[in-house]
Ligand binder design. Sequence first.
Ligand SMILES: N[C@@H](CCC(=O)N[C@@H](CS)C(=O)NCC(=O)O)C(=O)O
Length: 218
Amino acid sequence: MPIDLYYMPMSAPCRSVMLTAKALGVELNLKMLNLPAGEHLKPEFVAINPQHCIPTLVDGNLKLWESRAICTYLVNKYGKDDSLYPSDPQTRALVDRLLYFDMGTLYHRFGEYVYPVMFFGQEKLEPAKLEKLHEALGWLDGILAGHDWAAGKSITVADFVLVASVSSFEVCGIDLSKHRNVTTWLARCKAGLRGYNEANAPGVKDLARMTEVKLAGK
Ligand SMILES: N[C@@H](CCC(=O)N[C@@H](CS)C(=O)NCC(=O)O)C(=O)O
C-alpha cells in the first residue's frame, strides 16, 4: 500500500518529512497541492484533513498531519533502528526539545517576521521581529556548539526539521553569518544528509524565487 504525502516543495514542514523519508529509504507517493490555487481547501482534501494543512500523510488507515509528528512516526514505524529518534528517554527528550523549539520558537519567529509581508500585504518587514529571530538563532547556535549534529554525535529527526527551517531563512535574506555554529552545521547538512538535494534543495529554490518577488526592497 503506498504512503501518500500531500505536500508543496516550498513548504519547510513538508521538506522535513521528505528528508526523514529519504533517510529511512521510505518511498512516498507525493501528491502535490497548489496552496495559492486553494487546492488544500477542496472537499476531497478537507475530508482527509479538516485542518487543511500540509504536510498530511496517509498510511493505510492513518491520516496524520503536523510535520514533526509525521517525522517521528515514520522513524518509529519504518526505521531499521532507533538512531534517528533514539528511544533512550534522555536522548529522546533532547531531540523532542529541538522539535518543539523549532515549532514554537525558531520557525514561529521566522513566520512572524516574514509572513505578514509575504502573504498578508504588509508593506515593510519589522526589524524588531528580525531581532527576535536572531535571538532564537543565537540559542540554536549555542545548542550546536561542540558537536556535529543538532542533538549530538549522530543525525536525528531534529536535523531534518531544523535544516528545513534554517535553509529557508537563508534564502529569505536572513544573515546567518554571525551564527557560526549554525552556518557550519547548515553546510554539513547540505553535504551530508542523504537525499538533501532531492528532498530539500528544490523547494528552497522555489522559495528563493518567491522571496525575490515578495521581499525585495522590504
Ligand atoms: N505545524 C504545522 C504547520 C503546517 C503549515 O502551516 N502548513 C502550511 C504550509 S507551510 C499550510 O498548510 N497552510 C495552509 C493552511 O493551513 O490552510 C506543521 O508543522 O505541519
